[in-house]
Design a protein around this ligand. Sequence first.
Ligand code: MG
Length: 379
Amino acid sequence: MSTAAIIVAAGSGQRAGGGTPKQFWPLLGRPVLAWSVAAFAEAGVEQIVVAIAPDQEARAREALAAWKVDFVNGGATRTASVRAALAAASNADTVLVHDAARPGLTAAMVRTLVEQVQQGADAVAPALPLSDTLLRSDGAGRVRETIDRADAHAVQTPQAFRGAVLRAAYAAAGADFTDDLSVVRAYGGETQLVRGDVRLMKLTYPEDITVIETLMSGERFTCVGNGVDAHRFGEGDHVTLCGVRIPHHKGLLGHSDADAGWHALVDAILGALGEGDIGAHFPPSDPRWKGADSERFLRHARELAEAAGARILHVDVTILCERPKIGPHREAMRARTAAVLGLPVERVSVKATTTERMGFLGREEGLAAQATATLERRR
Ligand code: MG
């Protein structure tokens, strides 16, 4: 049994105002569209087809580079977009159709829907019973009618179908439909509802982002990573720590710029992500990293966090050395670190201590750093 998911993301986002179409609005560190793709991929859906406006395709490809996705050009209407995507998913036994504007999709919901189809349903959709009273008003806000809400449901996506039924229904469909369950119903197919999920609310207005983030954050947890690094002093007239050049009568030896502060911090972020250590990502044996600016390493750690849907909440770096004195440079080091990580400076701590002249640090043979990173992760 093969399964395909169609994501309709062809909207221009004009209703919500603002220039960026809502499928690209940032949501917990990822574009809105990426959340649905991630959920389908996690649920084991074999083919993911995104219907996108031609002028948005390059942007979508970049946003979804981490997944295997097929793109089709969206049509002028939703029905036309689904039709085009359906042609690209012509082999699937089960087809799910989803709106990109509902990013709160879970793999569990995808599995539930697919199971229902595989057990024989033609068409299944998640829906929530309505709890508010429904009224119909005229254009001036005058109430004209109370609508009986008994058994009324608000229908969500994704909607799942037997592929053959959905294809036949679309082949027979004339007019435009606002959802695919209606296409199948018009064709005479049997359709059924399963319990919806409040997280599948439709993103319509910019302020909806805050609501969806709060709903989706329910599954988030906090991870703390730590990192340690040390470099030996050698010839030179400065050291680089947390991206700041500090005059000193010695330099630090290392393959890259030997920024022990940022190296420890990169390891702390990688630690919180369970992504190994800096040496695995940037092997010292690789000539590309000779003399490299460590900003590159720190940016890489930030990008890995973002790609994992994680958010860096706070970082704390401690430099261990007798000299140079860190105090005069502390604020500049915080500011540089905050800028590279995209954090407010209040969420970045830089401090220093000595070892009371004991050991290799006390003898000023080298300098060390220790860092802690606190991340919020979704999985
Ligand atoms: Mg190092």
